[in-house]
Ligand binder design. Structure first.
Ligand SMILES: [Zn+2]
Length: 69
């Protein structure tokens, strides 16, 4: 029989590692609203930290940055 406590602990460790690797280098508060279009940034996205744009504007922003390189 599988030990549920061990499984839960393993799952928790994996989640922590995932959240650490998803964390940006800078560790600061996220903006409430997108700095480009002023739309509210979803709490789930703001939880990453240092988020200043909504998903769509971030995609546009990164696409522009790639273009300039
Ligand atoms: Zn936006």
């Amino acid at each position: 029989m599988v030990d549920l406590v061990d499984m839960a602990e393993e799952f928790r460790t994996q989640q922590m590692q995932a959240s650490i690797s998803a964390r940006p280098q800078f560790d600061k508060e996220s903006e409430l609203d997108c700095e480009d279009c002023s739309d509210a940034i979803p709490a789930q996205r703001r939880a990453i930290g240092g988020v200043t744009r909504c998903v769509q504007c971030q995609i546009n922003f990164e696409a522009k940055q790639k273009h300039f390189k």
